[in-house]
Design a protein around this ligand. Structure first.
Ligand code: HEM
Length: 413
């Protein structure tokens, strides 16, 4: 059907692409060809999402930085016309308590201040030795177990899950329950009912833990949230929902990056050698930034809605229009990162938007950076013979979540 891009000045013939767009199986690390074409030719365009609506589609790096800091772009998903990620999100939006992920300033600033402390650079740096120990223990266990091993279950999932469980004060023993429900809550192909049930199960679980922490507090984030509830600074529902958000975001994302980054490096042995052979933390830090840019795992667009008219790239985004920001497009914008398809660990990639940009930029970015720095710099040094146990073509990617990843990564050494 020849849809037209309503709202695009002077152009009524170009078809509006559906979004998210599929990737090319032959180069699964590359953003979809359609996204790259729009970045080059029509950086402010429109796409059609699951409900048939056609939000604006922003692809250039400079436009991301300008619009994601513009207070006329709202993240309040209860506004009519908000370009929801999934049907499940649309149906639960009105009932979701106020949270850092659905409020604008000044409410957002107040809520974010309440949860910021454990994620500051200083606090996260203090966790580095514990993250190193967790990583070494998991690698020891992998090396002592069957060869080949699956790097997703041996390292990718357990390291960030152990770290976030410790930080929040969630028993790691429950990891199968919360990992399963996080995955179902975020999948694009979950029905609204499945997503709602999974979200409800996680909410009930976190709410129960907050209740426990009210009587028996410990040195963890849920106890801090429980104390804020007792002090009347936030409601119990807000605290439990915040706990759910941190638990989900805190383990799903790094869990995707660890195997994906390893696969990308195994495909680029010269680059892997850079990480394996260095002791310089600056080289390791730069490598992590480039892997974050190259992979840009949050691949289905961050979403906003305009509260006033906004002019950008010769177009006018009207008040009430939805906006989708494709972070992978911005991170592969050749105007910002020349030859973006080249994985180059020495590139100055720190300006990437893999963690988003502006007030909602990732709360856990320092933690993710330290986890990735520790894991990547330890794994290839300790297991220099690490290699794929199956041909690259047989490795299955998982694109149905908000962050893409691998179903498994069979490796041998
Ligand atoms: C490689 C790992 C990660 C990536 C690529 C990533 C990516 C992102 C992105 C793109 C956003 C912005 C969403 C938006 O603007 O709408 C975001 C926000 C967020 N992330 Fe992460 N994230 C990662 C790890 C983590 C970790 C480890 C945690 C928690 C411990 C976390 C917690 C959050 C939270 C709570 C927000 C919402 C912030 C707000 O709205 O103010 N993330 N993340």
């Amino acid at each position: 059907m020849a849809d037209t891009r309503a709202g695009t000045a002077g152009d009524t013939t170009s078809p509006v692409s559906g979004y998210p767009m599929p990737r090319d199986n032959r180069c699964p690390f590359h953003p979809p060809a359609g996204v790259r074409r729009l970045t080059a030719e029509e950086p402010v365009s429109k796409v059609r999402i699951w409900d048939g609506s056609t939000p604006w589609f922003i692809t250039r790096h400079a436009d991301h930085r300008a619009l994601l800091t513009d207070p006329r772009g709202s993240i309040d998903e209860s506004r009519p016309g908000f370009p929801h990620m999934t049907r499940g999100r649309a149906e639960t939006a009105k009932a979701t308590p106020k949270l850092i992920t659905n409020t604008d300033a000044p409410e957002h600033t107040r809520l974010r201040r309440m949860v910021n402390l454990p994620f500051t650079v200083k606090k996260v740096e203090a966790l580095r030795p514990a993250i190193q120990k967790i990583t070494d223990d998991q690698i020891d266990a992998m090396l002592a177990g069957p060869d080949p091993a699956d790097l997703v279950t041996a390292l990718g999932l357990p390291v960030p899950t152990l770290v976030i469980s410790e930080l929040l004060g969630v028993p790691y023993a429950d990891h199968e329950f919360f990992h399963h429900n996080s995955t179902v809550a975020l999948r694009h192909d979950s029905s609204a009912e499945q997503a709602g049930n999974a979200g409800g199960a996680l909410f009930g679980y976190l709410d129960g833990l907050i209740e426990q922490k009210m009587t028996t507090p410990a040195d963890d984030m849920l106890s801090e949230l429980a104390a804020r509830v007792q002090a009347g600074e936030m409601t119990r529902a807000e605290a439990a929902t915040m706990g759910v958000a941190v638990l989900i975001a805190g383990h799903e994302t790094s869990a995707s990056m660890i195997p994906l980054g390893t696969l990308a490096l195994l495909q680029h042995p010269g680059q892997l050698a850079v990480l394996r052979d260095t002791e310089d933390p600056k080289v390791v830090a730069a490598a992590v930034e480039e892997l974050l840019r190259y992979l840009t795992i949050v691949h289905t667009g961050v979403r906003r809605i305009a509260t006033e008219d906004i002019e950008v790239g010769g177009q006018v985004i009207r008040a009430g229009d939805g906006i989708v920001f494709d972070l992978s497009a911005a991170n592969w914008d050749a105007g910002m990162f020349p030859e973006p398809e080249r994985l180059d660990l020495s590139r100055a990639a720190r300006q990437h938007v893999a963690f988003g940009y502006g007030p909602h930029q990732c709360l856990g970015q320092s933690l993710a950076r330290v986890e990735l720095q520790v894991v990547y710099s330890t794994l290839y040094r300790r297991v220099p013979t690490l290699r794929l146990a199956v041909p690259f073509e047989e490795i299955e990617f998982a694109f149905e979540g908000i962050a893409y990843g691998l179903r498994s990564l069979p490796v041998t050494w």
